[in-house]
Structure formats: C-alpha cells, structure tokens
Design a protein around this ligand. Sequence first.
Ligand code: C5P
Length: 247
Amino acid sequence: MKLESLLLIPKKGPVVAIDGPAGTGKSSATKRLAERLGFVHVDTGALYRAIAYALLSEKGWLEQGVAELSPDDELRAVEISKTSELRFERNPKKNPANRIFQNGKDITSFIRTPEVSMAASKVSAVPGVRKALYGLQRTMGGQGKTILEGRDIGTVIFPDADVKFFLTASVEERAKRRLAEFEASGADAPSFEEVKRQITERDQGDMSRAVAPLKKAHDAVELDTSRYTLDEVVDWMEKEIRSRLKT
Ligand code: C5P
C-alpha cells in the first residue's frame, strides 16, 4: 500500500507544514514561529534520527556511521520504528529546547552527529519505517495549533495542512550555516567542502527515494532563504500564517 493512500486521522485544529532540505533554516524558523504563535513544534526529523541512533547503537556503529543498510538492517530499523516509544517533552522553563525520549531515555544530545544525520537519511528511505512513523506524526500534529517541520509534511503527513511552506537555500549558504552551528556548539568542525558534500549526498537521498521523496507540495509557498536573515524569514512567515489563519 502506498503511504499516500493511508487514511487521514482527522486533525482537530490548525496545522502548519514546513518542508525543505537540510540547512534551509527550517528548525530555527519553526521554533521561533511556534513561540510567537503559541503553537506546538513537532520536529519530525528527530523521529528518524531516533530510529537511526538506536540502530547505530545496537550495531556499535555510532562512531563510524553506515554507508549502506543491508536488508537485515532495514528489517531491524522497521522493527525499532514499530516498537520504540517516542515522545517529545516540552518544558521551556526547564529546557530551552524540545527534548526527545526513546523508551524513556532522553536521547536529545546524541542524535545531531553527522553519523546519525546520514543514517537517518538511510533509514528514512525504508518504506516500513515511514509507515510505522506515519500514525505517530499524524497524532502528534493533529492535536491542532501545531507546526511540523520535515520533508514530506505538506505532501504525505498533512496534505490537508492549513498553511504549507517549502524553504530552500543554495548549498553554499546551507554549508556556511552548518559550519557556524558546529563552531557555536564547540564540536570539531569538518571542512567547508566536506559539509557541502554531506549536504548534497543527503539531499540526493531524500529527493530520490521511492516513498515520500522530498518535494514541494503543489500548494506550498516557496521561499529561498539564502539572502535573508532568520528574523526576516520568520517575520514574513508569521505574517503569512496569521493572514491565512486569520489570527
Ligand atoms: O530534519 P532533519 O535534518 O533532522 O532530518 C534528518 C533526516 O530525516 C533527513 O535527512 C531525512 O532523510 C529524514 N526525514 C524525512 N522525513 C521527514 C523528516 C526527516 O525523511 N519528515
């Protein structure tokens, strides 16, 4: 069965969908918009990262990552997706960022490494993994007053979203932003060329997979964020959301 033909679990209120490739400013913009609008932020990439992290941990591959998944690895990733209890904890007073828990363990600080990023892209191409996470995303987002960021929110998870955006930016600009994040976090930064290579490889995987590839929904508003500051992007998106939702 194609994911697109799964029945839509009814949504209870307004949903905003933000899709686009890595490094286009989705996460930062979504976080700020959620704060300004009083909406719940659902970071769907963190769910794929959690599955990838669990698989790499089991295999002892956290340091080296994975170039390709074997059929057995794919089966195991599906199993992990079906059996993991995944939840976000949002407590802005206690934690500045959303935390993600897998089977009761806070894994937030382990899922942003380059190895987990690449592995997340690999596991996200496995149809059974996407299918297992579909209901969870629909349920988390369907509560209403939610803003979800990902790759297929406007096309597959919430084709019925009230407002849809598709953010883009040049590879050079995205690599620059990723490097700045590495530097700010104090982590060892790879070279500019290496970051560009990783971004390009992830884009290609995300855009060419058979199920729910990364693409703009026909009714999404597209914005190239390359030449704008985060504040400019967020101001523009907030106006667009308020005018469409009439809030
Ligand atoms: O957004 P983020 O970079 O954290 O996502 C990690 C990976 O998870 C992406 O490269 C993509 O392969 C996958 N993903 C996806 N569908 C989503 C969100 C993320 O396939 N809705």
